[in-house]
Ligand binder design. Sequence first.
Ligand code: SF4
Ligand code: SF4
Length: 242
Amino acid sequence: MVILNDRCNGCGVCVPYCPVGALSLDAARRRVVVDGSLCTDCYVCIRHACARKAFEPGALPGFGDVFRHVLSDPTETMAETGVPGRGTEESKTNDVTGRVRRGEFGLCVDMGRPGVGVRLRDVDRVARAVVAAGLKLERPTVSPLGMVVEDLETGRLREDVLDQHLLSIIIEGKAPLDRLGSVLEALRRVEAEVETVFSVGLVMRADEGLSPSLREELDRLGIEYPFRAKVNVGLGRPLAEP
Ligand code: SF4
Ligand code: SF4
């Protein structure tokens, strides 16, 4: 993100617009400054924050910079997945995608939030923890994270992107139901090691209900399980048979 100093009058209106707190006011010099280590290049400030049009996109010289921008800007579409921003054909639309089969569970770890953001270094930690516990990560054609995973077998991310700061990103995968406890315990352990927040979505086929073994595992771990449902009427038949 670049600020055109000759247009900025230091009014400060733009500061609260930034979802990761990268903007601050330099009162002495009567202009706004951007912390480049926090900026996600989401372009919110360009679109909405300044009547004087003092913001301009900066250069995105490397793969990691482009990835950061596309994942953080919901008006961008990732060519590999065909879905805008960080979005995915998530396993929560399993009635159409058929990704989670009987005897499996799907996991969505939604890392980062407005106001916090997420470094890919922390995503690397969480991805490696859940893969070691038995989760199989989704591929790049389905999930944007796959584009920066160096090794799907370990969940390790590309070294050159680890410092990138994004608004949020989703770790997606699936595993046999008997790995549920170890995956959730791995998330419990790793949450203390990351400098961001994440929420966890657990996905399974609705036509089976919540199986007794799944309930027992969640109870054993002391995890509440609110039921939420989304009905996508008319989206068609599952692409894959169970
Ligand atoms: S960039 Fe625009 S909104 Fe922000 S302080 Fe400068 S003039 Fe005001
Ligand atoms: S591009 Fe986004 S993250 Fe960067 S300064 Fe503007 S609003 Fe903040």
